[in-house]
Design a protein around this ligand. Structure first.
Ligand code: MG
Length: 98
């Protein structure tokens, strides 16, 4: 089982090997690509296509870890940091249930 950091390296190597040489200045485009995968996942969910939904969720992860690697972000460390922060948040993050 790979760590998130290892996935960042492996997926980014694959991207570069296949001609996707993203640089930090491409962050807007990389974020749009992530958004596109989220839209595809939403469509799969709407269509109740569990297999397609799972694949699109993987695409989101792949795009995300690639963008993080390009931007020099250690996603695993950031997730740990944010999760610790979230543990101190109120129920529903202070919002009232509808
Ligand atoms: Mg996709």
């Amino acid at each position: 089982m790979l760590s998130i950091k290892e996935w960042q390296k492996k997926i980014t190597k694959y991207a570069i090997d296949h001609g996707f040489n993203w640089i930090p200045a491409d962050i807007d485009t990389m974020l749009l690509r992530i958004h596109s995968e989220v839209s595809e996942a939403s469509e799969a969910a709407r269509d109740e296509n569990a297999g397609e939904l799972a694949e699109e969720m993987a695409d989101i992860f792949i795009r995300l870890v690639n963008a993080c690697e390009v931007m020099g972000i250690d996603l695993e460390a950031e997730v740990q940091k944010k999760h610790r922060k979230n543990l101190n948040r109120d129920m529903l993050h202070g919002r009232k249930r509808k």
